[in-house]
Structures are given as C-alpha cells and as structure tokens.
Design a protein around this ligand. Structure first.
Ligand SMILES: NC(=O)c1ccc[n+]([C@@H]2O[C@H](COP(=O)([O-])OP(=O)(O)OC[C@H]3O[C@@H](n4cnc5c(N)ncnc54)[C@H](O)[C@@H]3O)[C@@H](O)[C@H]2O)c1
Length: 251
C-alpha cells in the first residue's frame, strides 16, 4: 500500500485560494483527497475550486475568515454534513507585513495574532471533536523560520505569531496523541508567493545567496512536505517542526 496516497480522505485547507494553500490543494488532489477549500470570500477561491473540479476532484469552496470562530465551526459542520468526516486540516492562511518594533502599534500586533495564531486555534478546535470521534487525524500548520529564530527584516509580530503556532501545535500533539491525532508544523524560509511581493529583486537575490541550496523556495517545495506530514507516510511523526528552507536553519 502506498502510504502517501490520500484516496477518499477529507482535507480542510485554509488559505487555499492561492500561493502555498492552493499548491497544497493541487498536491492532495493528485493523491486522491476530497477538498474543503477555505479562504476569504473571493472570486479566486471559486476559480481554484473550478480548476480542481474540472480535473475530477470532489471540492467544496467555503468562503470564511479564520478569525471568526463561529464561522469556522459552521464551515466544518458543512464539511461533515457533506462527507461525514475530517481526516486532515492544513492551516495555511496567514498574513505578513514589515514594521520595525519602534513603530509597531498594538492594533497591528493584535491583527497579526488574530489571523496567524487565533485562526489556527479556531480551525484546530473546530475539527478536533470529529477527529477525536474517529480516533484519527492529521493537522499541519504552516509556521515560519521566523517563528524559530526571529524575523531578520522587521516583522517581530509575525515572528511572534508563528512562534505561537509552533508551541500551540506541540501542545495539540501532546493532548491529542491518545486519540491517534497528529499535529505538526512546517517552517518555510522565503517562498515565492504574493506574500513576498514587497521584497525587491536585489533583496531576494541577497537572501538566495545565503541559502545552502542557493534558491528561494517554491510553493511545491512546501506542499510536498505537507503532503508527507498529512499522509499515513508520517504516521509515527507528531509534535515536530520540519524546516523547509533550503538548509538556512539546520536544527
Ligand atoms: N511566502 C513565504 O515566504 C512564507 C514563508 C514562511 C511562511 N509562510 C506562510 O505560508 C502560509 C501561506 O502563505 P503564502 O506564502 O501562500 O501567502 P499568500 O498571501 O499567497 O496566501 C495566504 C492566504 O491566506 C489567506 N488569508 C489571509 N487572512 C485570512 C483570514 N483571516 N481568513 C482566511 N484566509 C485568510 C489569504 O487570502 C491568502 O489566500 C502563511 O501562513 C504564511 O505565513 C509563507
């Protein structure tokens, strides 16, 4: 049996309209999963769903805001109503911006935490009752190298939010292990998506020179590792952070 296959599995993916989230959706689809795509209300979410449906994938496009716990609960109920289970949750929704600590406002810091860690909490809490009942489940959250080593170019609130994601997921792994539920993180370095469009070509090239593998990440690099962590191929892996960063951080 191929432990990487996801035939019939139901996966909820946040941040799924573009970037890393959409690439995860395509990767899971290629491996047979049924997909609930969650993102802010947008034509792009529908377009993503249409692309997958046209390739024969079973998809639900569910507009929603991860900061809204009631909304996320109701989205999860829709998934259960449709497919009767929730095997995988990938928390990929997130925001990022650059502000030096001296200029950082409380409002900006809170907004960052609201999306990047409270969003992970809401989605995780929403799927857990079903995973506990099933006695199985895999939750993967997209953290960041910044959550492990601090942010090098002025996004301390982003780094703090991702550090919180890592420690929260480790606690989920500890509390939920007895139900066969696994919880892991990936920590990407810089990945070529809309999130880094604020970086100049020169900044990207400078960063790439500091990477042992000599290039910035592609969404596929991250999606492939999340596929491993979400599938039965990693059935004895929980509470881990896998750095997907071309070797920038070796720990
Ligand atoms: N691109 C990078 O360099 C990089 C590096 C490390 C970690 N990450 C993380 O990877 C994840 C995916 O980011 P990406 O690079 O694909 O960027 P992206 O901006 O393309 O994708 C983020 C997605 O999250 C969605 N989102 C934002 N706020 C939301 C909310 N409140 N509710 C629902 N959806 C919301 C956005 O609409 C968007 O589709 C994020 O968690 C990000 O922090 C990215």
């Amino acid at each position: 049996m191929d432990a990487f296959k996801m035939d019939g599995k139901v996966a909820l993916i946040t941040g799924a309209r573009r970037g890393i989230g959409l690439t995860i959706a395509r990767t899971f689809a290629n491996n047979g999963a049924r997909l609930a795509l969650i993102d802010l209300n947008s034509g792009e979410l529908e377009e993503a769903a249409e692309e997958l449906v046209s390739n024969g994938v079973e998809v639900l496009a569910l507009p929603g805001d991860v900061t809204n716990s009631e909304g996320i609960k109701s989205i999860t109920e829709q998934v259960i109503k449709k497919w009767g289970k929730a095997d995988i949750l990938v928390n990929a929704a997130g925001i990022h911006d650059h502000v030096q600590i001296e200029s950082l406002t409380t409002a900006k810091f809170k907004k960052m935490l609201d999306v990047n860690i409270m969003g992970v909490f809401h989605c995780t809490q929403a799927v857990l009752p079903y995973m506990i009942q099933q006695k199985s489940g895999s939750i993967v959250s997209v953290a960041s190298l910044a959550g492990l080593r601090g942010h090098p170019t002025g996004a301390s609130h982003y780094a703090a939010s991702k550090g919180a994601v890592i420690s929260f997921m480790r606690s989920v792994a500890r509390e939920m292990g007895e139900y066969g539920i696994r919880a892991n993180c990936v920590a990407p370095g810089m990945v070529d998506t809309a999130m880094i469009e604020g970086y100049t070509k020169e900044e990207r090239e400078n960063y790439a020179r500091s990477i042992p593998l000599g290039r910035i990440g592609k969404p596929e690099d991250i999606a492939d590792v999340i596929h491993f962590l979400s599938s039965d191929a990693s059935s004895y892996v929980t509470g881990q952070v896998l750095n997907v960063c071309g070797g920038v951080l070796m720990a």
